[in-house]
Design a binder for this molecule. Sequence first.
Ligand SMILES: Nc1ncnc2c1ncn2[C@@H]1O[C@H](COP(=O)(O)OP(=O)(O)OP(=O)(O)O)[C@@H](O)[C@H]1O
Length: 293
Amino acid sequence: MTGIALETGALGKRYGRTWALRGCTLHLPAGQIAGLVGPNGAGKSTLLHLAVGLLRPDEGKVRIFGQDPRTAVLTDIGFVAQETPLYRDFTATELITLGGKLNQRWDVELARSRLAQLGIPADRPVGKLSSGQRAQVALALALAKRPRLLLLDEPAAALDPLARREFLQTLMGAVGDTGATVLLSSHLMADLERVCDYLIVLQTGHVQLAGAVDDLLAEHRTLVGPRTASGALPGGAQVIRASHTDRQSTLLARIARPIENPAWAQHEVTLEDLVLAYLAAADTPTAPTCMGK
Ligand SMILES: Nc1ncnc2c1ncn2[C@@H]1O[C@H](COP(=O)(O)OP(=O)(O)OP(=O)(O)O)[C@@H](O)[C@H]1O
């Protein structure tokens, strides 16, 4: 599927006098599984609530498939909020029936079979399930909607490691089947490394880094070489994060082209290296920002 699933322009939201999100400009190409990362309070939940139309922007715009989420596209969006709010007195079976009455493209079988596969009691009020089981019910309901865009706010946080792996596999399977776009907020970098092909890093309400994972990894290297001032790097590299010993510098750098100076050893970076470097750099006054293609 082509096109842009989510687009924001100078998007801002404040609570009282405090901006939770400000100047947020990004786009998420359709068909991607995107990770949304950032420290506590960075604005991830705020962005997701704006995208699903549950919050109104104070500045700027947000568009889902080119439309205002507060108007036309709600049937295209699936959302699992952080605390997985569900009607706690209802059983999963009742929620599946209810969903069928409220949604046009409801896939009853998908929801039922998923819960049966996971051994989740469908006839017990969801308020009496464990928080991990409730998260699974919420995901099953969101997938049953067959959304074009699925927004998940830390969906796997309450799951044990095995359940998390199954959750991510189901997610990837469902997305593979339907071509849905996913935006998934998480603090679990290993999970994101496993499933994401696009990455958005938020820091104090701003986009710090965004782009296709393959491009971001190709554009960055860890460089180890003679102790150097950041301004004197080979090949026009931009230093994101530097650490030094008396004789040696280790730099996480954004490189425009391969560095041919043999004094510098180059190593590929992991997604976690990259995110940590940008988040740490954001605490410095000249924080770099990198927007991908
Ligand atoms: N209802 C609210 N009233 C006042 N301030 C709020 C409210 N919701 C969020 N905030 C503030 O807005 C900022 C962004 O919060 P948000 O929940 O979007 O961050 P987050 O990145 O999702 O954090 P976490 O990783 O902890 O879930 C924070 O400073 C938070 O304290």
